[in-house]
Ligand binder design. Structure first.
Ligand SMILES: NC(=O)c1ccc[n+]([C@@H]2O[C@H](COP(=O)([O-])OP(=O)(O)OC[C@H]3O[C@@H](n4cnc5c(N)ncnc54)[C@H](OP(=O)(O)O)[C@@H]3O)[C@@H](O)[C@H]2O)c1
Length: 259
């Protein structure tokens, strides 16, 4: 299937590694011009080399912290007229809610709720004017089923989800869609780091915890960034203009609810 995004400009936040890089690779493979955003220049250079080497696409890098106003200014200066926006940033640390005060909560809400809202504010009206826009927010399975120890993530991402539900319907008639893509456990620094945290909490070694964990999940394995990126690229395609305001769960069937 031709996704119809060749030549489209795509801002992908958190794209030097993991799920964001998977999204960038998939869209570059479809001929989109991708703008990779992250804070560490050397990782961005490595990702650029890998993605342009594998796809031949035009890859730009933006060294910026998406959780700051100045970082978002820099992203918009590098790509003022994006067709596609993937919102993503590192997840908040795990822990016990008894240890979290205002700073921890405000950081989580800033990183995993407000930053995405502000990137949408900066981009959506231009997409409407140009008659095409695809926005995907990488959130988490924690929006459907809270993850132990990830209270900051469970709370902040639910806030973003509620806000997106309220505004997504406003733009779809202009061929601008806004959806959330919810990862379950993926084989990235964040995914394996979370399982290692759970192992520490239960006082067992990380490898045996991981083996036991996946023995109990339907897919029996981590998801891959390639799988995640392919789904993201489809949601950002010209084929997906009738899908908006959705929460698309990609978790190998781990969430057991009917809906
Ligand atoms: N992997 C999973 O199993 C899983 C499950 C549920 C939810 N999630 C969520 O999905 C998101 C992506 O996870 P991942 O597994 O891809 O993580 P990852 O492998 O750790 O990659 C995170 C990427 O985001 C960049 N980044 C982090 N903070 C940033 C910031 N403030 N500004 C710009 N770039 C930033 C990182 O580069 P720099 O550090 O250099 O900036 C890196 O490129 C996270 O929010 C995570 O909590 C992941």
């Amino acid at each position: 299937m031709d996704l119809g995004i060749a030549g489209r400009k795509a801002i992908i936040c958190g794209a030097s590694k993991g799920l964001g890089k998977g999204c960038a690779m998939a869209m570059a493979g479809e001929g989109a011009q991708v703008f990779l955003v992250a804070r560490t220049a050397s990782d961005l250079e490595a990702a650029k080399k890998e993605i342009s080497g594998q796809t031949g696409a035009q890859v730009e890098i933006v060294v910026a912290d998406v959780t700051s106003d100045s970082g978002r200014d820099k992203i918009m200066a590098a790509c003022p007229r994006p067709d596609i926006l993937v919102n993503n940033a590192g997840g908040p640390p795990p822990g016990d809610f008894r240890d979290w005060r205002q700073k921890e909560w405000f950081d989580a809400v800033n990183g995993n709720m407000f930053s995405a809202i502000d990137m949408i504010r900066r981009t959506v009206d231009g997409m409407v004017e140009r008659g095409f826009g695809r926005i995907v927010n990488i959130t988490s399975i924690s929006v459907k089923t809270p993850m132990p120890g990830l209270g900051l993530s469970n709370g902040a991402r639910a806030g973003l989800t509620g806000w997106v539900a309220g505004i997504a319907r406003e733009f779809v008639r202009h061929n601008v869609t806004i959806n959330n893509l919810l990862p379950g456990l993926f084989d990235t620094g964040r995914g394996s780091g979370y399982l290692a945290y759970r192992a520490r909490c239960e006082g067992v070694d990380a490898d045996s915890y991981l083996t036991d964990y996946f023995a109990r999940t339907p897919a029996g394995r981590f998801g891959t960034s390639d799988e995640f990126g392919a789904t993201c690229a489809f949601i950002c395609s010209d084929k997906a203009g009738y899908m908006s305001g959705q929460n698309i769960l990609l978790d190998g069937g781990e969430y057991a609810g009917t809906f």
